[in-house]
Write a protein that binds this ligand. Structure first.
Ligand code: PLP
Length: 393
C-alpha cells in the first residue's frame, strides 16, 4: 500500500476532534449527548463580523491577498496589541494565518531538527508535541503542576534548558488546565532567559482576554529584552467565537518572519479574503458580545469547579483563565482515558482525558465550560451517578 514517509508516523493528533466526531455520531444515532469536550465557544460570531465578511464578498474581495495578510487586518492587530499590552508592533511583523495553529506549525518547523530540543507545556495543547516529534527534535516536557495552580515554574523551566534547546513554548492562560502564570513568575523566567540568548520563545496567547478575578494577562511582548527572539501566537477563534473561520495572527521577530511568509506561500498562499475583512471588524467593532461571553465563562468556570468538587473523590481548582477546568480524578481509582470513554459511551457525557494533553495529564479530565449552565449541571449529575454505580476498569 502507498504510504507517506516515515516522519508521518511520528506525527500525533488532536484527540478532541476524535471525541467530537464520536459524540456527534452518537447524537446523530439518537443518543442524548452533553458535550463538555469541545474547545470552542458556544457563542455565535458577532453579527457585525459576519456582515463584514458578506460585504467584503459583495465588494469583490474574493481574490488572493498578500501571503502575510491584507494591510488593514495587520494594522488592526497592531492596534489591538497596543490596547492589550501597551506595546508597539510593526504590521510588517504580523502574519495572518488560517487559525492560530499554523503559527506553532511554522515556529516548530523552523526551529526543530534532529539534535535540537524543544520545551513544551505538559499538560498542553497536543499539537506542540506532535509537531516537535515530526521534526525529529527532542520534545522536553515542562510540567504544569496542580500544586502550582498549573502555572509555569520559572525555576523548573529554566532548569530544563540546555545548549541544545532551540525553542521554549509557553501558553498562559492555558489549554487544558485553565492555569494562568503570574507576572512575578514570568518576570523571573524572562530574567533567566538572558543567559540563553539564542533560544527562541513561542508564547501562545490565544486565550489572552480570558482571565478572571481582575487578573490581567501578561504578554511576553512586554519584555523588550526578548523581543528579537519572541513569537506571539494569537487569533480570532476563541475571543470572537470564530473557530470555523480559520483566522489567526502571530507576531514574529525579524530573523523568522521571512521563513513563515515562505511557508505560507508554499502551502496556504493566504487566508481567505472575506475572513480577513471580518477580522478587521471583529477587532475594531463593538466588543459587547465578547464581554457577554466572558461573563458566561466566568460564571461557568466557578460552577464547574463547584460541581466537580461536589463529586466523591474528585477535586478541582477553580480555573483562573481560558474556559477549561481540569479536575483531579486520581482518588476515584479510574484512569483518565478509560473514564472519558466510559462516560461518553455509557453516560452520554463527552470530556477529554488529561493524557490527551501529555503524560502529566494522567489522573485529570479536561472539562470545557463552552456549554450552557443547565447542560453543565446535567452533565455533572450524570457523572456523579456513573461514578457511584461503576467500578474503575
Ligand atoms: C492553546 C491553543 N493554541 C492554539 C489553538 C489553535 O487555535 P485555532 O483554532 O485558531 O487554530 C488552540 C485551539 O484550541 C489552543 O487551545
Amino acid at each position: 500500500m502507498i504510504a507517506p514517509v516515515a516522519a508521518f508516523d511520528r506525527m500525533g493528533e488532536e484527540n478532541a476532534f476524535a471525541v467530537l466526531a464520536r459524540a456527534t455520531a452518537l447524537a446523530s444515532a439518537g443518543r442524548d449527548i452533553i458535550n463538555l469536550g469541545i474547545g470552542q465557544p458556544d457563542f455565535k460570531t458577532p453579527q457585525h463580523v459576519v456582515e463584514a465578511a458578506v460585504k467584503a464578498l459583495r465588494d469583490g474581495h474574493h481574490g488572493y491577498t498578500y501571503a502575510n495578510g491584507i494591510v488593514e487586518v495587520r494594522e488592526a492587530v497592531c492596534r489591538r496589541t497596543r490596547d492589550m499590552t501597551g506595546q508597539e508592533v510593526s504590521p510588517d511583523r504580523v502574519m495572518i494565518t488560517p487559525g492560530g495553529k499554523p503559527a506553532m506549525y511554522a515556529a516548530i518547523m523552523m526551529l526543530g531538527e534532529p539534535g535540537a530540543e524543544i520545551l513544551y507545556p505538559d499538560p498542553g495543547f497536543p499539537i506542540y508535541r506532535s509537531m516537535i516529534d515530526f521534526t525529529g527534535a527532542k520534545a522536553i516536557p515542562v510540567p504544569l503542576r496542580e500544586d502550582n495552580d498549573f502555572a509555569f515554574s520559572a525555576e523548573e523551566t529554566l532548569s530544563l534548558i540546555t545548549d541544545r534547546t532551540k525553542l521554549l513554548i509557553l501558553n498562559s492562560p492555558s489549554n487544558p488546565t485553565g492555569g494562568v502564570t503570574p507576572r512575578a513568575e514570568i518576570e523571573k523566567l524572562v530574567h533567566g532567559l538572558a543567559a540563553w540568548p539564542d533560544l527562541a520563545i513561542l508564547s501562545d496567547e490565544i486565550y489572552d482576554v480570558m482571565t478572571y478575578d481582575g487578573e490581567k494577562h501578561v504578554s511576553l511582548l512586554e519584555f523588550p529584552d526578548i523581543r528579537d527572539r519572541l513569537i506571539v501566537l494569537n487569533g480570532w477563534s476563541k475571543t470572537w467565537a470564530m473557530t470555523g473561520w480559520r483566522l489567526g495572527w502571530s507576531i514574529w521577530p525579524d530573523g523568522l518572519y521571512d521563513g513563515v511568509r515562505k511557508l505560507a506561500v508554499n502551502s496556504w498562499s493566504c487566508v481567505n479574503a472575506p475572513a480577513q475583512w471580518a477580522g478587521v471588524a471583529a477587532i475594531d467593532g463593538p466588543q459587547d458580545q465578547v464581554h457577554e461571553m466572558l461573563a458566561a465563562f466566568d460564571r461557568r468556570r466557578k460552577l464547574v469547579a463547584e460541581l466537580a468538587n461536589g463529586l466523591d473523590n474528585v477535586t478541582c481548582r477553580t480555573p483562573k483563565g481560558a474556559f477549561y477546568a481540569f479536575p483531579n480524578i486520581k482518588a476515584t481509582g479510574w484512569r483518565s482515558k478509560p473514564l472519558a470513554k466510559a462516560l461518553l459511551e455509557d453516560a452520554g457525557v463527552a470530556l477529554i482525558g488529561g493524557p490527551d494533553f501529555g503524560g502529566y495529564g494522567e489522573g485529570y479530565m479536561r472539562v470545557s465550560c463552552a456549554s450552557s449552565d443547565d447542560s453543565i449541571r446535567a452533565a455533572f449529575e450524570r457523572i456523579g451517578t456513573f461514578l457511584a454505580d461503576n467500578r474503575p476498569e
